[in-house]
Ligand binder design. Structure first.
Ligand SMILES: Nc1ncnc2c1ncn2[C@@H]1O[C@H](COP(=O)(O)OP(=O)(O)OP(=O)(O)O)[C@@H](O)[C@H]1O
Ligand SMILES: [Mg+2]
Length: 474
């Protein structure tokens, strides 16, 4: 703590107050004097004034007394040390103050040397508490990032940035394809922030139609619309003192974009059907899988809102652009399952890893997690084999569209679609039919039948008939 420590002195006796203030300023402390309990309580509660390191207060004061000052100080920040000044011989009131959370007490008439000693001790205590809470924050942040696995530079850069901005109140925009870990990063920002003991409230902006979403975000008064039979507190209010995670902001309607812009500008909003202005101090973390800048150019997203959201951007590249993360992630998911004691495999065969590496992962890490979970269930030995790794049949290609990319085959007849699926599976497995059947989730007999029906041939089948194909013509 290099800044001078801040002390509030609350004493109604003018001469005494001045004497104490001079003595403490001599010790390089930053001292604010006030003469009444009411003034002290107001000052302590003023959000524009940083919490004090130490409050030295007389117990008997006109208006709010020393106990009220003590309570206010501890409520604002329980690391503030409070030392009370008691009248000579009034032990009970000193005891009461200590019970209410005072760190120490001094008796009148004041011995300045004694006072300075006790204040120094109280300030040391305050510094210690500060260190403890800084250590706690660091540990919470480390634990949160432990869940974010990966060694690629891109991922490290993203999590480092997340941890650095966590301390601020700046709005963060997390971008990346589906399943790249945007929500995970939002959680890291919250847990590494001074708001971690406050709520982390999540809203998926794509999940609700416009009127419902607005009531979800801003709340509504009773009777605001048909069916609103009671007042509802919105997510902005709920997230006060914490973090509001706005997922899929790219999907907001034009009208909701205007309302959101207003909250971001003024921190003010009202419930639907209400007239009272409410304030929120929620920290906003937004996420989108779509290209918001492109949406702005296309006129689908307000530019002013975009700039309000895009204060700090954290981009998570797709898994195919950070191949170093694949194996650590695969092991992480497998071991996490191991903890949940389903499946017996604890590792992967070389070929299983090769297959994982050959895939394009359009669904990114979520898809990988699902594939590993399925493989762990299928695996019969201590290692996950290539036949346990069942992939979707999308051909490996980069830059693929994210969310609606699940249906691999579009258009054409059923037979063409079938043929394409079978061919892709065979190609992915080097035309080893047993594996292709596993990947397609059908029996080898069935695949064999389909291959003949669809007229698919491959030179290796004839050559390797006994070992590889086997079923050919069986
Ligand atoms: N680096 C990572 N380490 C460990 N788990 C991860 C990592 N990235 C993502 N995951 C896991 O993958 C899944 C998908 O992550 P998340 O929900 O954060 O993705 P998203 O980017 O929000 O996706 P969407 O756009 O579809 O909402 C979650 O189960 C998450 O825990
Ligand atoms: Mg998400």
């Amino acid at each position: 703590m290099s800044d001078p420590r801040r002390v509030l002195v609350v004493e109604d006796d003018d001469a005494l107050r001045r004497g104490v203030v001079l003595a403490l300023r001599d010790r390089d402390l930053n001292v604010d004097p006030v003469a009444t309990g009411d003034a002290a309580v107001a000052r302590i509660g003023d959000p524009a004034v940083e919490p004090y390191d130490l409050v030295l207060t007389d117990l008997r004061l006109p208006g709010a007394d020393g106990i009220a000052v003590l309570r206010a100080a501890r409520a604002r920040d329980d690391r503030t040390s409070v030392v009370v000044i008691t009248a000579y011989g009034s032990v009970e009131s000193a005891v009461e103050a200590m019970r209410t959370g005072a760190f120490d007490f001094v008796e009148k008439p004041l011995d300045l040397e004694q006072l300075e000693l006790r204040i120094a001790r109280a300030l040391d205590h305050r510094a210690l508490l500060g260190e403890v809470s800084a250590l706690r924050a660091e540990r919470a942040a480390r634990r949160a990032s432990d869940e974010i696995v990966g060694e690629s530079r891109a991922l490290r850069a993203a999590t480092d940035l997340a941890r650095r901005v966590a301390a601020t109140r700046s709005t963060v925009l997390v971008t990346g394809e589906t399943g790249t870990g945007k929500e995970l990063v939002a959680g890291l920002i919250h847990r590494a922030s001074p708001r971690r003991s406050g709520p982390l409230v999540k809203v998926n902006c794509a999940a609700l139609p416009e009127p419902l979403l607005e009531s979800e975000l801003f709340g509504h008064e009773r009777g605001a619309f048909t069916g609103a039979d009671r007042r509802r507190v919105g997510r902005f209010e709920e997230a006060s003192g914490g973090t509001l995670f706005l997922d899929e902001v790219g999907d907001l309607s034009a009208a909701t974009q205007v309302k959101l812009l207003r909250v971001l500008q003024d921190q003010e909003f009202h419930r639907l059907g209400g007239s009272r202005m409410l304030r929120t101090d929620a920290r906003i973390v937004a996420a989108t899988h779509s290209d918001l800048a492109a949406a702005v150019r296309a006129g689908r997203f307000r530019e002013d809102l975009f700039f309000r959201l895009d204060v700090i951007r954290i981009h998570l590249p797709p898994l195919r652009e950070r191949p170093e993360d694949l194996v650590p992630l695969a092991h992480y998911f497998l071991h996490r399952l191991g903890d949940a004691s389903c499946g017996s495999a604890t590792g992967f065969s070389r070929r299983a890893i090769d297959r994982l590496r050959s895939h394009a992962w359009p669904g990114n890490i979520r898809e990988l997690r699902n594939v590993i979970e399925r493989a762990a269930l299928l695996a019969r030995g201590p290692r996950i084999g290539i036949e346990d790794v069942v992939l979707s049949h999308r051909p490996a290609q980069s830059g693929s569209a994210p969310s609606d990319a699940r249906c691999g085959v579009a258009g054409g007849t059923l037979a063409t679609a079938e043929r394409q699926l079978v061919l892709e599976a065979l190609q992915a497995c080097g035309f080893v039919q047993k594996e292709a059947a596993g990947q397609l989730g059908i029996s080898r007999r069935k695949l064999n039948y389909m291959i003949r029906r669809l007229g698919i041939t491959h030179p290796s089948w004839r050559r390797n008939r006994p070992s590889e194909g086997g079923s050919w013509g069986a």
